[in-house]
Design a protein around this ligand. Structure first.
Ligand SMILES: Nc1nc2c(c(=O)[nH]1)N[C@H]1C(S)=C(S)[C@@H](COP(=O)(O)OP(=O)(O)OC[C@H]3O[C@@H](n4cnc5c(N)ncnc54)[C@H](O)[C@@H]3O)O[C@H]1N2
Ligand code: MOO
Length: 339
């Protein structure tokens, strides 16, 4: 690259996007790469703080920021991800499918350790929509050594792409609403609609929503009933805490299910239970999930719909960041909760 005073640059080609920033109003390219500078542009370039520009000179072992961004994007993106044309030296990786963003975290770490390479992303296990920005690729200088980009490509050839979006599987779900006060009609069920709505987001087939009084054998029978109907997941609500009528954990255990956890280092959702019976997840959802917009349930459901089997460690890890601030305007999943 050759540095030239803008006054001498009329007729020359700009070799990278030149950014304009008006705080609070605009940020974007004022001049695009390959634009040929005219006399009337000189004033604007000077007002953007550019007294000099670079003119491109081909150099065999160097790669331009736009080409580097594209090659890195192609290397790191996997299933259900595409990328946009580079702008100001950066490409954006975009989901082409609603689902769960999966990241090979240690590979991303290794790639971001390569000189000049920067790839910021959403966190692993982020629920994404179609056309959502998931990551970006850019080198820091205007050019870098070809070998830096080749390292990114080689790592991804070796370990596979860094990012992909796992689509949700259509699961058949049985719901059991426990609580004698609801069963006997003393109060109206407020839990069923909450669970239904959360499941609809993932495209679940709800095979039943049944009510059950606080009697262990009856709760257990609901579970075995759904198992006979070949449910892919069973969700139990209420009766999860410390009162003598809180029988749901005992009923889940009594089916012989393997309990992954009863109790999680997360609030709200402390008294949550996850167990597997013949590979079918059974979720015990505490009363708080009928009240709070976001609980541990919202971190667990996307993983189950993405086909993951959770273990105790998955929950233990949630402790740091597991304390919800109950923000007035909940922005979950765009926050630290249950990462
Ligand atoms: N001394 C302690 N108290 C509580 C603890 C504890 O560890 N020690 N844990 C708290 C936590 S955490 C939760 S969450 C709540 C409730 O947990 P449960 O799942 O046992 O909830 P229930 O006892 O069944 O009901 C509590 C409350 O919610 C109403 N409810 C339940 N289901 C429905 C429904 N389908 N529709 C409408 N309302 C419903 C129920 O009537 C009760 O008012 O316990 C804390 N307490
Ligand atoms: O189990 Mo509770 O209030 O933390 O949801």
């Amino acid at each position: 690259m050759k540095k030239i005073a803008v006054q001498d640059a009329v007729g020359m080609t700009i070799c990278h996007d030149i950014t304009k920033v008006i705080p609070g109003e605009f940020k974007g390219p004022a001049f695009k790469r390959n634009y040929v500078i005219k006399q009337e542009d000189i004033e604007e370039l000077l007002s953007l703080g550019k007294e000099h520009i670079y003119v491109w000179e081909e150099n065999a072992d160097e790669i331009h920021e736009d080409d580097a961004a594209i090659r890195m994007a192609q290397a790191v993106m996997g299933q259900n991800i595409s990328f946009s044309e580079p702008q100001e030296g950066k490409t954006t990786l975009i989901s082409t499918q609603k689902g769960l963003l999966r990241i090979k975290s240690s590979l991303l770490h290794e790639i971001n350790s390569i000189e000049h390479v920067t790839i910021p992303s959403l966190p692993n296990n982020f629920k994404v929509e179609v056309n959502q920005k998931v990551a970006a690729t850019r080198i820091i200088p205007l050019v870098t050594k070809e070998e830096n980009i080749r390292k990114v490509e080689e790592l991804c050839t070796l370990y596979g792409p860094v990012f992909h979006v796992e689509p949700y599987i259509k699961l058949r779900v049985g719901i059991v609403i426990t609580g004698s006060e609801v069963y006997k009609g003393r109060i109206k069920d407020k839990f069923g609609p909450v669970i239904r709505k959360k499941l609809e987001y993932f495209g679940a087939e709800i095979i039943g929503l049944e009510y059950c009084p606080d009697e262990l054998e009856l709760i257990q029978a609901k579970i075995t009933g759904y198992m006979e109907q070949k449910a892919d997941m069973i969700i139990m609500t209420g009766g999860m805490s410390v009162d003598p009528d809180d029988l749901t954990p005992g009923a889940i255990r009594s089916t012989g299910a393997d309990v992954v956890t009863y109790g999680v280092p997360v609030q709200p959702g402390n008294m949550f239970m996850l167990a597997y019976l013949n590979g079918i997840p059974i979720l015990g959802v505490p009363g708080a999930a009928a009240y709070y917009k976001t609980t541990v349930l919202d971190a667990v459901l996307p993983k189950i719909f993405a086909g993951e089997t959770l273990n105790k460690n998955d929950f233990i890890r949630m402790g740091e960041g597991g304390l919800c601030l109950n923000c007035q305007m909940c922005q979950y999943p765009s926050c630290y909760f249950c990462r």
